[in-house]
Ligand binder design. Structure first.
Ligand code: LLP
Length: 409
């Protein structure tokens, strides 16, 4: 069930009318549904119940402390890519034994901390990184558990800027380099090669590229004869941003992974971000002005690209929903834009929209993943509040940045 939906033409987050929230909280703000978060996590868990994978939520998609804590309470681990994310995951109570540290450019400081905290795996992406980890491990006389990230030379159909699995990308090690590095690591006394990891990109809507990845992994395992204790399949599962878009076939993916893991005694790890959080939130924003210019109607919102970067960065589409739907707006060229001084500060173009006027509110949908985490202070605008709804209750889960803090820093 979708917990954020129109009820009698009134957009509701669970049992709370979004319009009512605008009376309590200053726009723009992000608003989450806790029930949706729980459903999404359980859905993923259920789909893979046969193999009981470790789900390491990808913190880069959403690092709100309450979101992390709720996920931790359901048993989630974390996929982190920086010292900041590592510390946030630990602070949310996620056990280091459920944390994987990914990323092509981990610094010495980050590696030291990852070792000190005893994370489950440091997923390495280059020979230089392996050498540095080995050096640090030697100093601390510890054996450090690592995984190696494979670059399978497989790309899913997605935006080029979020595709990571092609052989010309900076991510992971291509086939031969992977095999050679495995051999080297095996000779290193302070490293324990426990994992193979892979992540081919984000917002992948078909299971076909994942199927190809599984067969490349099979080939690598045969070749290296390594019995990896962990196989980390990354994230990347797409969601439906468009209303009629076919949802990602999780059942089909689960079937493939079940079959893949049958002849292995490896623990499967997933690192989903978007699939768990994208549809848990809307961005509620006010129409400041409506400006007719040439043949266009510009609907100027108080939320800008600094609050939601995805449209400007990836031409991403986020459905815009009026908080109160009232019949059709005059047909025409309707452009929803933000107040930022850049022409890329645009959210969507529509041919029709519900009747709206200045002072009304609308919501941008599916912004729970890479919404708040990609936001910035551009144009010296404060970062905005995050609100969480559960049933008929709502609370602030991150405060809007104060003007004082903004101006003094
Ligand atoms: N694991 C690794 C190693 C990753 O690099 C990523 C995402 C994930 C897991 C989680 O992927 P997900 O399940 O969310 O697709 N800012 C972009 C997405 C960038 C994704 C970066 N890596 C966007 O807004 O679409």
């Amino acid at each position: 069930m979708n917990h954020i939906r129109l009820r009698k033409n009134n957009l509701c987050v669970e049992n709370v009318s979004a319009q009512k929230l605008t009376k309590r909280y200053k726009t723009p703000f992000y608003c989450y549904s806790l029930a949706q978060l729980k459903d999404n996590y359980q859905n993923m868990k259920n789909a893979f119940k046969n193999i009981e994978p470790l789900i390491c939520f990808s913190v880069k998609s959403n690092s709100n402390p309450v979101v992390l804590k709720e996920l931790k309470n359901m048993g989630s681990g974390a996929d982190v890519v920086s010292l900041g994310e590592l510390l946030k995951a630990l602070k949310a109570g996620i056990s280091a034994k459920k944390i994987v540290f990914s990323g092509v450019g981990k610094t010495e400081e980050e590696i030291v901390m990852a070792i000190r905290k005893k994370v489950l795996l440091i997923n390495v992406e280059s020979e230089s990184e392996v050498n540095l980890i080995n050096k640090i491990a030697k100093k601390t006389s510890r054996k450090v558990s690592i995984g190696i990230r494979l670059n399978p030379n497989i790309t899913g159909k997605t935006h080029e800027k979020i595709s990571t699995g092609g052989k010309d990308e900076k991510f992971g090690l291509v086939y031969n380099d992977f095999i050679n590095l495995c051999k080297k690591i095996k000779k290193m006394k302070n490293l324990n090669l426990l994992g193979l990891s892979v992540h081919i990109g984000s917002q992948i809507s078909s299971v076909t590229p994942f199927k190809k990845v599984l067969s490349v992994i099979d080939k690598i395992i045969k070749k290296t004869k390594i019995n990896f204790k962990f196989i980390d399949l990354g994230g990347g599962l797409g969601i439906s941003y468009y209303q009629n878009e076919k949802p990602f076939d999780l059942k089909q993916y689960a079937k493939l992974v079940n079959k893949f893991s049958k002849d292995k005694n490896s623990k499967i790890i997933f690192e989903p971000g978007r699939y768990i959080v994208a549809n848990t939130a809307i961005l509620i924003t006010k129409i400041i002005y409506i400006k007719k210019s040439n043949r266009k109607n510009f609907i100027i919102l108080d939320a800008g690209m600094n609050n939601l970067m995805r449209p400007a960065l990836y031409n991403a589409y986020h459905q815009i929903i009026p908080l109160i739907r009232k019949g059709r707006f005059a047909k025409g060229n309707i452009k929803f834009v933000g107040p930022i001084c850049e022409s890329s500060d645009e959210f969507s173009n529509q041919k029709t929209f519900s009747k709206i006027k200045e002072g009304d509110y609308v919501a941008l949908a599916n912004v729970g993943a890479y919404g708040m985490t990609l936001s910035s202070n551009y144009n010296t605008r404060p970062t905005i509040a995050e609100i969480m709804v559960s049933n008929s209750k709502h609370k602030i889960i991150r405060k809007r940045q104060s003007l004082e803090d903004l101006v003094n820093n």
